[in-house]
Design a protein. Structure first.
Length: 120
């Protein structure tokens, strides 16, 4: 009978130990999940901030294009005798060489270079 009681007692202890280890694992898992949630939230916040920055720059560029660049574009096309495709090509080339400059600056540079080369 003692061996049966001993077996039951060891089985009970085994179960209690298993429960304790399982609880510890769940607590560690909860901590890991919490850390991942914080990291995901930080990434989402960073992406939102970057998206806001891109949209602000795009809106500024769009506003600049609408009312400041349009007269410069017309002037450039006039200097090129109405050749729209050449105007676009020259602007794209200047943008590639000066990626950090605004579109207005690019147009002014292209126009300046054309006028300088033609002696105007």
């Amino acid at each position: 009978m003692d061996s049966l009681n001993d077996l039951l007692q060891k089985t009970f202890y085994f179960g209690a130990g298993l429960v304790a280890v399982t609880i510890e694992q769940i607590e560690r898992l909860d901590e890991s999940i919490a850390a991942v949630q914080v990291e995901v939230q930080q990434t989402v916040d960073d992406l939102i901030a970057r998206g806001e920055q891109v949209m602000t720059q795009t809106q500024q560029s769009s506003a600049e294009t609408d009312w400041q660049v349009a007269p410069l574009h017309r002037r450039l096309v006039m200097l090129l005798n109405g050749n729209e495709s050449l105007a676009r090509h020259l602007v794209e080339e200047a943008q590639a060489q000066n990626p950090d400059r605004s579109l207005m600056w690019i147009y002014e540079k292209v126009i300046h270079d054309l006028e300088r080369d033609r002696g105007l």
